[in-house]
Design a binder for this molecule. Structure first.
Ligand code: ZN
Length: 390
């Protein structure tokens, strides 16, 4: 799904997380049970009428409602479908709304020809079938890393990322305790590709950092990260006002100048901006000016005034990014000027800028910093702890 050529662009996309539902989130820190058999639940597919499943090795299928094994064998190839609000296995009616398929050992479960480890749960959902991959945390990290960074990056950068990915996944898991799944396969959480996304060097980085996560005062750190900070990271609180964490504070980053996203510019036309305002529920005939009212100590825009028709709207720079599109207005680190057909935005970096700067981590590793030094630079006063240790 993701070519190598565009992968470097995808590393920037952590910031998309913040746009879900307009804004959000999440907050606080969570107590960390350090002795914990970790698994995560990843939503693979939803609202589908049928799905091809195969397992080339020993498997079991369990009815989740009765906890009874309804089928086992050494090879499975079947179509699961939803008809008349019931689940079918081939032509056979399953007397259950929820099943779990488990592959033994290293065997892989193929879902529409994409391979996944451990178990797949299929639930009957009002709009179709919902498939969730439940797998061990370490296996999950192997299946996302190459979607988020290049596996050719220096090993210490890969290791730093593995610790951050693991921490972020646990953070999301704790956020999702009352939800049917913890993570999705796209950039709204962390991009996950299952078996096809695994790479040898990344698996090695996962193994070398096994069970390591970032904590602050004994609790899981909300380990945000973004592609390129553009010269200085950002306070978490500026992006998500409810997050007050001394670890996630703006600081200068001299390392990400090599990033292809370090500098950008874009013209947003009247039409673009009128459309963005409509998303905020405001019907506008003409945008007359856009002013940056305040900036943080490094120059990142904080508050904006949009002057339109006979009125004006005050919003945060993050909200403006959400309205325009986070892949269009790549960061809040911008200046804006009026041009003939609209407004010229010139800026630095890609992403919300909170936490680790991924291209900065890459450059630090190239300069000889260890992954612990990289983590310490971007998450000062946090500590690396091992899960399952006493
Ligand atoms: Zn940076």
């Amino acid at each position: 799904m993701v070519s190598a050529a565009i992968r470097k662009n995808l590393v920037s996309c952590r910031n998309f997380f913040i746009c879900i539902g307009g804004c959000i989130l999440l907050v606080g820190f969570f107590s960390l049970p350090l002795v914990w058999a970790e698994s995560v639940r990843v939503l693979l597919l939803e609202s589908i009428g049928k799905v091809d499943i195969s397992v080339t090795g020993p498997f079991t299928i369990k009815d989740n409602q009765t906890d009874r094994v309804i089928l086992s064998g050494n090879y499975l190839r079947a179509v699961f479908s939803k008809r008349d609000n019931k689940m079918y296995f081939g032509q056979r009616l399953l007397g259950s709304n929820s099943i779990t398929i488990k592959a033994s050992g290293e065997n892989i479960i193929w879902v529409n020809n994409r391979g996944y480890r451990n178990t797949i749960t299929i639930n009957l959902h009002k709009k179709g079938l919902r498939l969730i991959n439940i797998l061990e945390l370490e296996e999950y990290i192997k299946g996302i890393a190459v979607r988020e960074i290049s596996h050719h990056w220096p090993m210490e950068a890969l290791k730093a990322h593995c610790v951050v990915f693991r921490t972020y996944a646990l953070y999301r898991k704790q956020e999702s305790q009352n939800k049917p799944y913890d993570l999705t396969t796209d950039i709204s959480t962390q991009s996950y590709g299952g078996l096809a996304a695994e790479r040898l060097r990344i698996n090695e980085a996962v193994a070398q950092t096994k069970d390591e996560i970032l904590c602050y005062q004994g609790k899981i750190l909300p380990a945000f990260y973004s592609s390129t900070c553009g010269g200085a990271t950002e306070d978490a609180e500026a992006v998500w006002p409810k997050i007050k964490c001394p670890v996630l504070k703006a600081k200068e980053c001299p390392y990400c100048k090599e990033s292809p996203h370090y500098f950008w510019k874009i013209i947003l036309t009247q039409e673009n901006l009128i459309k963005a305002m409509k998303k905020a529920g405001i019907i506008v005939k003409q945008i007359k000016n856009i002013q940056v009212l305040s900036r943080n100590q490094f120059g990142r825009a904080l508050s904006i005034r949009i002057i339109y028709d006979d009125s004006a709207l005050g919003i945060s720079a993050s909200e403006l990014r959400n309205l325009v599109g986070q892949d269009i207005l790549k960061s809040t680190y911008f200046s804006v000027t009026i041009v003939d057909n609209g407004f010229m935005f010139k800026g630095f970096g890609w992403g919300h800028g909170v936490g680790m700067c991924q291209w900065g981590a890459y450059a630090m590793a190239k300069e000889g910093f260890s992954y612990r030094q990289i983590l310490d630079f971007y998450y000062p006063n946090s500590e690396v702890k091992k899960l399952n240790s006493k």
